[in-house]
Design a protein around this ligand. Structure first.
Ligand code: PGA
Ligand code: ZN
Length: 431
């Protein structure tokens, strides 16, 4: 049984050069592990709170020394020398120590770093790879590997708002292995780079998640460009490579609706627009098509698109069981975007995951736009049988750490990538 010998943390930097927290956990018996937490930019209002130092003279107030100090100080004091039979017991102890709804006292960044470092050390003690430890937490062994959704183009908060929508992603939907999916993504990514150089005279400049940010005037132009890149790479759109969107509509909400390009759309018009996109493009998944506070319109969006695509809630749900419960009752979505740091511990994220599964929803396991070289999210995507894994693009080492980890897991297990569509009786959009 794991007994905590030492728990400490320090401030490190994420892929945007902003501070975040890395924790180290040592258990009696010798297992020692570290884990670091990511950070979002396009955050939901209901997310657990990252604790930042607020000192304007350091990193514009974004320092994480206080959060790291909370791990080495009060969290360690509360758990050192104690035995924790399960992840749930450990997480409950540190969440109780915080005592707030949104982890604002000790910081969700401090708490999650401790939760993950404990998980990794406990897995080592048990002689398990991390993905298997996660699978045991969720109570089942994976039957398939997640399908990749790979960021091709970004707008919105990830790329200076040249287009309101946040991400156009490619989905190598016909690939049966991670290895094959990444090779397809490479072809499409570099075909797109060539194309945007020709069309926009734009060199390969990258957005936060490693996607490109061409100066498209509209979301339609961005999706058309993605389809052209797929064709230029020698693949058939909708057959070999599909598309996914993260609309991230909370971030272009305005009084009276949504500010999309030069237009202001009501919620109903926004739903019509998304329906048109689903008709026109080989989309398999549409995330945050409406804003996090537009609860009354989400059921209409789900009714309009839910039989053809995954209607995914990110900012809407914030990996929060209470919000997921509401979305289930109101039939707001048919898929959860799961980001562990939106809620703050593995155990609470697992509760969110279980609820989504009980409702028959798909689950996309997602990283954040600010990431580190840690690759626990790849293990989580496998261990919790994510239908999709959303990890940004195929450039930048913080993304590749996860893809390379998936390649390693793929060599270890003999599993194929999950088929599309695999649930709900969704009409196949990929022939
Ligand atoms: P993030 O957003 O910048 O908050 O990580 C990613 C997303 O909206 O999915
Ligand atoms: Zn999102």
């Amino acid at each position: 049984m794991p007994v905590i010998e030492r728990l400490a943390a320090r401030e490190i930097l994420d892929s945007r050069g902003r501070p975040t927290v890395e924790a180290a956990c040592a258990l009696k018996g010798g297992a020692q592990a570290t884990a670091s937490v990511p950070s979002g930019a396009s955050t939901g209002a209901a997310e657990a709170m990252e604790l930042r130092d607020g000192d304007p003279r350091r990193y514009g107030g974004l320092g994480c020394r206080t959060a790291a100090g909370n791990v080495t100080g009060p969290i360690q004091e509360a758990v050192r020398g104690r035995e924790f039979a399960t992840q749930a017991e450990f997480d409950a102890a540190i969440a109780a120590l915080d005592g707030t709804q949104n982890k604002s006292r000790l910081g969700a960044n401090a708490i999650l770093a401790a939760s993950l470092a404990f998980a990794r050390a406990a897995a080592m003690t048990a002689g398990q790879p991390l993905w298997r430890y996660f699978a045991d937490l969720a109570g089942g062994q994976p039957a398939a590997l997640p399908r990749l959704t790979i960021n091709l183009f970004s707008g919105g908060k990830h790329a200076g708002q040249q287009v309101a929508i946040q991400d156009v992603l490619i989905v190598p939907a016909a690939a049966r292995t991670i290895d094959e999916a990444l090779a397809v993504a490479y072809d499409v990514y570099y075909a797109a780079a060539k194309l945007i150089l020709e069309r926009y005279g734009m060199r390969l400049l990258r957005a936060d998640e490693g996607g490109m940010a061409p100066p498209c005037r509209t979301p339609e132009e961005m999706m058309e460009t993605a389809l052209d890149a797929i064709r230029a790479a020698g693949y058939e759109p909708g057959v070999e490579v599909a598309l996914a969107l993260d609309v991230a509509a909370s971030h272009f909400r305005c009084p009276g609706g949504y500010r999309l390009g030069g237009e202001t759309l009501t919620s109903g018009q926004m739903i019509d627009r998304i329906r048109r996109w689903i008709d026109a493009y080989p989309l398999v998944s549409v995330e945050d098509g409406l804003a996090e506070d537009d609860w009354e319109s989400w059921p209409d969006l789900c009714a309009a698109g839910g039989s053809r695509v995954l209607v995914v809630g990110d900012d809407l749900l914030c990996t929060n069981p209470a919000r997921i419960g509401r979305a289930m009752r109101e039939r707001s979505c048919n898929a959860l975007l799961l980001k562990v740091n939106q809620i703050g511990t593995l155990t609470e994220a697992l509760a969110a995951y279980r609820l989504a599964r009980a409702a028959g929803w798909d689950v996309t396991i997602s990283v954040r736009s600010g990431e580190t070289e840690d690759h626990w999210a790849a293990d989580l995507a496998v261990g919790w049988s994510g239908d999709q894994f959303k990890n940004g693009s195929i450039t930048q080492s913080e993304r590749l750490a996860k893809y390379n980890r998936l390649l390693a897991i793929e060599r270890e297990v003999n599993l194929a990538v999950t088929l599309w569509p695999n649930r709900h009786g969704l009409a196949s959009r990929v022939r």
